[in-house]
Ligand binder design. Structure first.
Ligand SMILES: *[C@@H]1O[C@H](CO)[C@@H](O)[C@H](O)[C@H]1NC(C)=O
Ligand SMILES: *[C@@H]1O[C@H](CO)[C@@H](O)[C@H](O)[C@H]1NC(C)=O
Ligand SMILES: *[C@@H]1O[C@H](CO)[C@@H](O)[C@H](O)[C@H]1NC(C)=O
Ligand SMILES: *[C@@H]1O[C@H](CO)[C@@H](O)[C@H](O)[C@H]1NC(C)=O
Ligand SMILES: *[C@@H]1O[C@H](CO)[C@@H](O)[C@H](O)[C@H]1NC(C)=O
Ligand SMILES: *[C@@H]1O[C@H](CO)[C@@H](O)[C@H](O)[C@H]1NC(C)=O
Ligand SMILES: *[C@@H]1O[C@H](CO)[C@@H](O)[C@H](O)[C@H]1NC(C)=O
Ligand SMILES: *[C@@H]1O[C@H](CO)[C@@H](O)[C@H](O)[C@H]1NC(C)=O
Ligand SMILES: *[C@@H]1O[C@H](CO)[C@@H](O)[C@H](O)[C@H]1NC(C)=O
Ligand SMILES: *[C@@H]1O[C@H](CO)[C@@H](O)[C@H](O)[C@H]1NC(C)=O
Ligand SMILES: *[C@@H]1O[C@H](CO)[C@@H](O)[C@H](O)[C@H]1NC(C)=O
Ligand SMILES: *[C@@H]1O[C@H](CO)[C@@H](O)[C@H](O)[C@H]1NC(C)=O
Length: 562
């Protein structure tokens, strides 16, 4: 599919990547959109499709070759970066918690996880991505290594075969054994161990300068050996803060850390040492707002985001913005209303941070907490036909790319909120985008009022909802009043912004950086279905056509324009 697109991508990559590979900075990453895979659960290199029961917590066979074979699928949704599971050798065999298929139980950081492939496979994945102009983000763990206790009787501290734990090989490189018991005591959080007596995560002594030097040179070599463009850093709050700046500079690429808590000021303190963090505080606010459609308070999202914008170093521009991942339940484990789900999935793409989509969201996966949320994607057949959420994601990626290419200030202008009277609606302005979200559900009629004092667009200006290609028009006094049935989200852009590349809800020419949908079918499910966001047939930018669509839309889908 999309041969012309591929030709452009190859031509561009030849220019950009064949001469020298330049380390990707945080700023480079802000233009990107990341697809997160659990390597073992994404695809098999030989194309087979074995059964995969998540509750068994076993390796299911996914590998780096599998990812290489499905890059069209990822890129076809508009992603230009992937985040893969940790790549290093993990403990083998079965524990009480199953096998190390997720990659977070490292045993030897100088060797690769053979279940995922060979050294050459990982290098080939890296170069296959770079040939397409895509970035590779690798997950790394500094806080701990894992070993199974050698003595299962209640010996304390437990005993381990330290020779397996490379490159350290001795107990002196680890903190003395104690499990974290007091999360309000930062020393306890940093120096005691995660895990439990059955699967203890041996806490690396990052106060020992020999150990520290080893970790710094390890990360430097890892990035250089595999031409890695960015790192997702695990369990960051469990390592002393002043360890991180030199770690980041040795990595030399974008680093985004996991600080798994909702406390903005606590998380903010980690945005100094690493480039940024996965934006957990905002995640919790968004999840709460949509997980409980009846009572979720969307205004809390605005509060948390505003605090994060104020307190994080670089605001929220460099954060990883996500709504699902391998450690949290998928929204569809509790919510079946597809309008609510579409609003939820929209969030990461329309705010300041770098969007991250967790594999399977586009296929409507419903797994609850770990391990249920690590389903095999091959069981979906990688189908792109009749997948409303996949089409939705394509449209969101296209909208974001379009916004960036129309006005690069998009990347450095803070998202702002236009206060609404209802706690089940949210209006987010990030010019040229205006996003209207609601958690009211598929039988609600959400109303958003944008007063003229917001000064977002000109009087009488036409805006297009890039999720449906339907239009709304600013009132002659410069205000906007939108009512939408079916509780669907709206991502509005002025027609002028769409016109700048003409590839999306526009003239029909295919742009080089904007991916278009496979068929556009069912994209506006729940709406009037009169147009298709990812589709190639557009309105040609003609005002007359836009206004006719406007009238048609007003009548058919109940969207009112004041
Ligand atoms: C495909 O690869 C998996 C994992 O390496 C292996 O178990 C399976 O036998 C292979 N299937 C075929 C048909 O080669
Ligand atoms: C890696 O890529 C090279 C060049 O495309 C190819 O010759 C080689 O067979 C690939 N290796 C593997 C293990 O697939
Ligand atoms: C395990 O610990 C028990 C109790 O201290 C001791 O008697 C036994 O010898 C130990 N076994 C091994 C294999 O270390
Ligand atoms: C620091 O770690 C090294 C090995 O990495 C070890 O040889 C040394 O004993 C450790 N120092 C202390 C004070 O624990
Ligand atoms: C904090 O935790 C450390 C490590 O467990 C412990 O030594 C220390 O006593 C604790 N401090 C307080 C005030 O509880
Ligand atoms: C949030 O984190 C800050 C900074 O670490 C701390 O002072 C504050 O007590 C925390 N707030 C809560 C509610 O835990
Ligand atoms: C919703 O959240 C906002 C911001 O935190 C708060 O001011 C407001 O009281 C909340 N409203 C309800 C009904 O909970
Ligand atoms: C609304 O969502 C519910 C599931 O929550 C579903 O049963 C119903 O069919 C949906 N209605 C429409 C009109 O999509
Ligand atoms: C680009 O965006 C910035 C910030 O919103 C705005 O000030 C500027 O006028 C915009 N430029 C154009 C050409 O729209
Ligand atoms: C939503 O709007 C439609 C059309 O205007 C109307 O028939 C329906 O009763 C409204 N639903 C609610 C829940 O207000
Ligand atoms: C907007 O449209 C109204 C009605 O067509 C017209 O009277 C008014 O002059 C227009 N305003 C601007 C600024 O174009
Ligand atoms: C796009 O905008 C330019 C300048 O604003 C205009 O000349 C051109 O006709 C527009 N193209 C379409 C297809 O609307």
């Amino acid at each position: 599919m999309k041969n012309s697109w591929r030709a452009v991508a190859v031509a561009v990559s030849t220019v950009l990547f064949s001469v020298t590979v330049i380390a990707a900075s945080a700023e480079d990453w802000t233009k990107r959109s990341i697809y997160q895979v659990v390597t073992d659960r994404f695809a098999l290199g030989n194309g087979s499709s074995p059964r995969c029961a998540t509750n068994e917590r076993k390796y299911c066979g996914g590998n780096w070759q599998g990812i290489i074979s499905k890059l069209d699928y990822i890129q076809g949704m508009g992603f230009d970066a992937i985040w893969i599971s940790p790549v290093v050798e993990n403990i083998e065999g079965t524990t009480i918690g199953g096998e190390a298929y997720h990659g977070y139980w490292a045993q030897n950081i100088n060797s690769l996880n053979a279940n995922f492939g060979s050294d050459e496979d990982l290098k080939n994945l890296s170069s296959a991505l770079h040939e397409r102009g895509m970035y590779l983000m690798v997950d790394v763990v500094v806080n701990h290594l894992v070993a199974v206790p050698t003595n299962t009787s209640s010996v304390w501290p437990e005993t381990f075969d330290y020779s397996l734990l490379q490159p350290f090989g001795g107990s002196h490189s680890f903190h003395p054994q104690c499990f974290i018991s007091d999360y309000s005591n930062q020393t306890d959080v940093e120096q005691c161990w995660l895990g439990d007596a059955s699967i203890p995560l041996l806490d690396i002594d990052t106060e020992n300068s020999t150990v520290v030097d080893t970790m710094y040179s390890w990360v430097k070599n890892l990035v250089s050996n595999y031409d890695i463009d960015g790192l997702r850093v695990d369990t960051v709050k469990h390592v002393r803060q002043d360890f991180w700046p030199d770690f980041a500079s040795n990595a030399g690429v974008y680093t985004v850390g996991e600080v798994f808590t909702g406390n903005v000021s606590y998380v903010a303190s980690y945005t100094e040492g690493l480039d940024s963090v996965l934006d957990y505080p905002t995640y919790f606010a968004v999840y709460d707002a949509f997980n409980n459609p009846t009572f979720g308070n969307m205004t809390v999202i605005a509060d948390v985001v505003t605090q994060a914008q104020d307190q994080y170093n670089h605001g929220t521009f460099y954060v990883g913005s996500f709504v699902e991942n391998q450690d949290n339940p998928r929204i569809q484990s509790t919510v079946s209303d597809q309008s609510v789900v579409k609003n939820f999935i929209t969030w990461p793409f329309i705010n300041d941070g770098i969007p991250i989509l967790y594999y399977g969201q586009e296929q409507g996966y419903q797994g609850a907490n770990d391990p249920a949320n690590r389903e095999a994607l091959w069981l979906s057949g990688f189908s792109t036909e009749d997948k409303p959420l996949l089409t939705h994601v394509q449209a969101l990626n296209s909208a974001r790319k379009q916004a960036i290419s129309y006005n690069s200030s998009f990347l450095t202008t803070k998202a702002s909120f236009i206060s609404q009277s209802s706690i089940s609606t949210l209006a987010i302005s990030k010019p040229p985008l205006l996003t209207l979200l609601t958690n009211g559900g598929n039988s609600s009629n959400a109303t958003w009022i944008i007063p003229s004092t917001a000064g977002l667009y000109s009087p009488n200006e036409t805006l297009v909802d890039v999720l449906t290609c339907d239009s709304v028009m600013m009132a002659s006094d410069g205000s906007l009043n939108v009512v939408a049935t079916n509780g669907l989200p709206k991502v509005l852009m002025p027609t002028e912004a769409l016109n700048s590349s003409g590839s999306f809800c526009g003239s029909g020419s295919q742009g080089s950086s904007v991916s278009v949908g496979p068929n556009g079918s069912s994209a506006s499910a729940g709406s009037n279905g009169s147009s298709s966001p990812g589709g190639l047939k557009g309105l040609n930018g003609e005002i007359v056509v836009v206004i006719m669509s406007l009238v048609f839309t007003g009548i058919v889908s109940g969207m009112l324009i004041v």
